[in-house]
Design a protein around this ligand. Structure first.
Ligand SMILES: Nc1nc2c(ncn2[C@@H]2O[C@H](COP(=O)(O)OP(=O)(O)OP(=O)(O)O)[C@@H](O)[C@H]2O)c(=O)[nH]1
Length: 656
């Protein structure tokens, strides 16, 4: 019996596992010890379970990680960003970003800058959300337009005046400038900086872009239309709608900018306003009196009639447009004009469009950057800050930015450098792409154009001011025909340098020099390499010449032959003769009766004829290199020490 009973004893199974110590020597089991052993066993099993659970959780976490379940960030992407910075913003490793770029076919190191589009692809690849913002927003740490919009304040409208040649744009701009009550307080001294702001009697302000009016300056007008809020279309009442009026209408329409018609010269006898309205109607400009919504104001720029009404119309239009900007943020805007000034270095007129620009701010304008050393308004006054819609001239940039490019105030130098380097790279790439196509020599080119083989005339344009450079580019581009295109490889401001010649040589281009000269090295290089530099001071002559090239045949042309250079060492005042320049001939020869150009920093200040050429008190025929002489110009005497005089003769060159 004992056997079965014994079998029913509690815990038969654990007995087997009970350690020897749990057994009595007599072979019977100690129950207390067995219970104790049970506790220990269950404890160890629980810890195993816990360890297993821990492991399971860890595996799950890893699996989740591997599945990419992670924090989705909103990554702020500016116009340009370094790979490292992008990685930081995504909280990712730099190497991973480099790898991702590599997979996308972009070879970039951590310090290299990539554009916003590439950055956006990377951000998407990493599963984050992209937020594209402007530089200023990033620098201010702003995260969305909502933040920017909270502090919007009314800003002055920016107006461009357009119209046909001689319809009175300049007269109207001048007349409007005179209505400025602020200028009167400042003593009425105004300076041309490419734009000006008037404060009218009620204290309201209007900004006018002071763009030139000739047809060839279409580019300036087009650029004006892109920063401008509205266009005042000047139509002379006695002349009506003309080709450039139509062009202006097209520009305004293309830029989606509203128009106000200013019918000018109403002081003239027998003008027919209905005719003007009907002509405008033909171009889909329906003025209010014909039931349309385009305001029409009749003015006389000459007599100053109805200028107040025109200003009211502008302000009314501004109200409709609800023009606002936040002045409390880093400044952003557009370069209106730019030049290299002898005493002041690079000077740019900028129109602030958002935020407030302050003296001392770090700005990137185009590919140039620098700290704003000084700011001047259109009255020539120093200003410490400039808010939205105010045009100011800024000093302190590293170089001359291109008109029409944007500027932005940034927080630190490294950011400024980053944006500037990126923009330079983009510009270089563009230039290289443009230069990469055409090859050959000029004579070959002309022959090939004539034979119908060459399909392109390449040109490098250098001009004294940005406005002229742009105007030339537009003029030249217009000369393209179906069979032969005109391609402007490069356009810039300032003297012709060796790099311009290099570019022209590589692409078999002609260098068009508009009111500028070549440096000595560039001239030598051009002679050596057979690059043709053509000097001009009138736009239509450029277009005539290039048009002839497009036809593959240059008419016999008056070509200049360079004679020599003289440096002005002293300036004397002589009775009856006016100012005489005491010079030393520094290169070549100077001849009596030759053509002369007065150059200041490689820019042509005056072009004319030599009136007198003397050595000591005697009139002489010519003076050669190394000798001193006295020179005076016919009908011109704004000469200064250090100016250079270029002497040339004109000769007729046979057709190519
Ligand atoms: N009678 C009259 N003549 C005017 C008026 N406004 C301008 N003019 C004259 O028209 C001519 C051309 O005027 P501008 O102001 O130079 O014309 P513009 O459109 O700026 O010309 P470009 O700069 O050459 O395109 C000048 O002789 C002016 O004196 C006006 O209201 N009445």
């Amino acid at each position: 019996m004992g056997g079965p009973l014994a079998a029913k004893k509690p815990m038969p199974v654990p007995v087997k596992k009970t350690p020897v110590t749990d057994r009595r020597r007599d072979g019977r089991i100690d129950v207390a010890a067995a219970i104790e052993g049970e506790d220990e066993r269950s404890r160890s099993m629980a810890s195993v379970r816990r360890a297993r659970e821990r492991e399971r959780r860890q595996q799950e976490l890893q699996r989740l990680r591997n599945d990419g379940v992670k924090v989705v960030r909103e990554v702020v992407v500016p116009e340009a960003i370094t790979v490292q910075e992008l990685a930081n913003r995504m909280a990712a490793r730099g190497g991973e970003v480099v790898k991702a770029l590599f997979r996308m076919g972009v070879m970039a190191t951590l310090t290299q800058t990539i554009d916003a589009d590439t950055a956006e692809l990377v951000v998407n690849e990493f599963g984050h959300r992209v937020k594209r913002v402007s530089e200023a927003d990033v620098e201010q740490g702003l995260t969305g337009t909502a933040d920017i919009d909270t502090d919007l304040q009314v800003r002055a409208p920016v107006v461009t005046i357009m119209g046909h040649v001689d319809h009175g744009k300049t007269s109207l701009l001048d007349a409007l400038r005179k209505t400025d009550v602020a200028a009167r307080e400042a003593g009425g001294i105004t300076q041309h900086i490419g734009a000006y702001q008037v404060t009218i009697a009620g204290g309201q302000k209007i900004t006018f872009l002071d763009t030139p009016g000739h047809e060839a300056f279409t580019a300036m007008r087009a650029r004006g239309a892109s920063v401008t809020d509205m266009v005042v279309l000047v139509v002379a009442a006695d002349d009506g709608v003309m080709p450039q009026t139509i062009e202006a209408i097209h520009h305004a329409k293309a830029a989606n900018v509203p128009l106000i018609v200013a019918v000018n010269k109403i002081d003239k006898q027998g003008v027919n306003l209905d005719r003007v309205r009907q002509e405008l109607l033909q171009h889909e400009i329906v003025v209010e009196s014909l039931g349309g919504d385009t305001q029409e104001i009749q003015v006389s720029a000459l007599k100053g009639t109805n200028l107040d009404k025109l200003q009211e119309a502008i302000l009314l239009q501004a109200e409709v447009l609800d023009l606002k900007a936040n002045p409390d943020r880093a400044a952003e805007g557009t370069v209106i004009e730019s030049k290299l000034d002898k005493g002041r270095g690079p000077v740019a007129t900028v129109l602030v469009q958002k935020g407030t620009l302050r003296q001392g701010d770090l700005v990137v304008a185009g590919a140039e950057w620098g700290r704003v050393r000084a700011m001047l308004d259109d009255k020539g006054r120093q200003v410490k800050e400039a808010g939205p819609s105010l045009p100011v001239e800024i000093l302190g940039l590293s170089g001359v930015p291109t008109a029409g490019e944007t500027f932005v105030a940034v927080e630190n130098e490294s950011r400024a450098r980053e944006i500037s380097e990126y923009r330079q790279r983009v510009a270089r790439d563009k230039q290289a792409a443009a230069a990469g196509a055409a090859r050959g020599t000029l004579a070959d080119m002309m022959a090939r154009v004539a034979a119908g083989v060459q399909k392109e005339v390449a040109v490098v344009v250098k001009a004294d001011v940005q406005g002229s450079a742009e105007a030339l580019v537009v003029t030249l581009n217009k000369l393209s025909r179906d069979e032969v295109k005109v391609r402007v490889l490069h356009s810039g401001v300032g003297q012709i340098t060796e790099s311009d010649i290099q570019l022209a040589k590589a692409s078999n281009a002609v260098v068009v020099a508009f009111n500028v000269r070549a440096t000595t090295q560039a001239r030598e290089m051009a002679n050596r390499d057979g690059v043709d530099i053509r000097y001009y001071s009138i736009i239509y002559q450029v277009s005539d010449d290039v048009q002839a090239m497009v036809r593959g045949k240059l008419a016999p042309i008056q070509r200049e032959k360079f004679l020599g250079y003289a440096q002005i060492l002293q300036v004397f005042e002589v009775k009856r003769l006016g100012k005489i320049a005491g010079c030393r001939v520094t290169e070549g020869v100077v001849r009596r009766g030759c053509g002369v150009r007065l150059l200041r920093d490689g820019v042509v200040i005056h072009q004319g004829e030599l009136a007198t050429l003397r050595r000591f008190k005697d009139d002489v025929k010519e003076v050669t290199n190394g000798y001193d002489c006295g020179m005076s110009f016919a009908n011109y005497d704004d000469i200064r020490v250090d100016d250079q005089i270029e002497c040339y003769e004109t000769e007729t060159v046979a057709a190519v």
